[in-house]
Design a protein around this ligand. Structure first.
Ligand SMILES: Nc1ncnc2c1ncn2[C@@H]1O[C@H](COP(=O)(O)OP(=O)(O)OP(=O)(O)O)[C@@H](O)[C@H]1O
Ligand SMILES: [Mg+2]
Length: 276
């Protein structure tokens, strides 16, 4: 299977006396061409799961289990056992991540053009004019208006929604196989949110991306994810198709999350229609 297969992922923090088990044996499949939703309350370990995949867990963590990666440029049996150097080569190139705050992945003092072309030149070893052409086509792909003008601007000259599109463009620059999106729309208002989610769906389908969508918002999940995994306290409590998890949840915990949703979202209805 192209994408990621996570088995028995554990993550512990602290020393022997004061050990905190953050992830307690996570199993998760993130196949290509599909959006895998990861839901659960704050502190359940969603972000840690994403960070462990790209080797950015906090210093001093002990990580166990396996993460098998199969991408278009090659595969790795277990991402957890490769060298930091090998992980550096994969991160941002084969496995990309976007975050809630798009400014976290952008430098405030450099133009968007500089940031995009530097990234392309560094990872793909292309020359200046090819990097510029690719930067323009990436901005077109994520539907940023007037890409040549956008390349000359600085991050503060864009709205939050446009910045998230630009962060997605940077994440996609090297044609990754896996995209991890951690709360990518939480900081945006609802109308802008729908546009970004629609874009993620389109990119997943057209680029055959394996997308891990982390969000505490089951409403977003019910509109977008193909499968949903619900976590609690570092464990998976439920995994299934979007339909099954939203309409026929098995665990009491998932039921309580769904009961807390506004009516409109229950049963994968309104936002789904809005997005399709
Ligand atoms: N740098 C860190 N050092 C120590 N503990 C941490 C660190 N980051 C997170 N934790 C702990 O790890 C656990 C899982 O955190 P994580 O950030 O993965 O939760 P989350 O599900 O992403 O929550 P949220 O919805 O709030 O983003 C929490 O108990 C948190 O307190
Ligand atoms: Mg988080």
């Amino acid at each position: 299977m192209s994408g990621l297969v996570i088995r028995g992922l554990t993550l512990e923090l602290g020393d022997r006396k004061n050990r905190k088990r953050i992830l307690r044996g996570i199993n998760l499949d993130i196949p290509a061409g599909s959006i895998t939703g990861l839901a659960g309350e704050s502190g359940s370990g969603k972000t840690m799961t994403g960070l462990a995949v790209i080797g950015l867990q906090p210093a001093g963590s002990t990580v166990g289990g396996t993460i098998e990666f199969t991408g278009r440029r090659g595969s790795v049996d277990n991402l957890l056992s490769i060298s930091p150097r090998a992980m550096n080569a994969l991160r941002g190139r084969d496995i990309s991540m976007i975050f809630q705050d798009p400014t976290a992945s952008l430098h405030p003092m450099l133009t968007i053009g500089r940031q995009l072309t530097d990234h392309l030149r560094h990872h793909l070893k292309v020359g200046g004019s090819e990097a510029r052409e690719r930067a323009i086509s990436l901005l077109e792909r994520v539907k940023v208006p007037d890409p040549p003008a956008a390349l000359r601007k600085y991050p503060h000259q864009f709205s939050g929604g446009q910045l998230q599109r630009i962060a997605i463009a940077i994440a996609l620059a090297c044609e990754p196989s896996v995209l991890i999106a951690d709360e990518p729309t939480t900081a945006l208002d609802v109308t802008v949110q729908a546009g970004i989610l629609r874009l993620l769906r389109e990119l997943c389908d057209s680029l055959d991306l394996a997308v891990l969508l982390v969000t505490h918002d089951l409403g977003v999940m019910s509109a977008l994810a193909d499968t949903i995994t619900v976590m609690r306290n570092g464990e998976v409590v439920e995994t299934g198709s979007r339909y099954q998890v939203i309409r026929e949840p098995v665990s009491e915990y998932t039921k309580s999350l769904i009961d807390a949703l506004p009516n409109a979202h229950r049963g994968a209805s309104s936002t789904e229609t809005e997005l399709n």
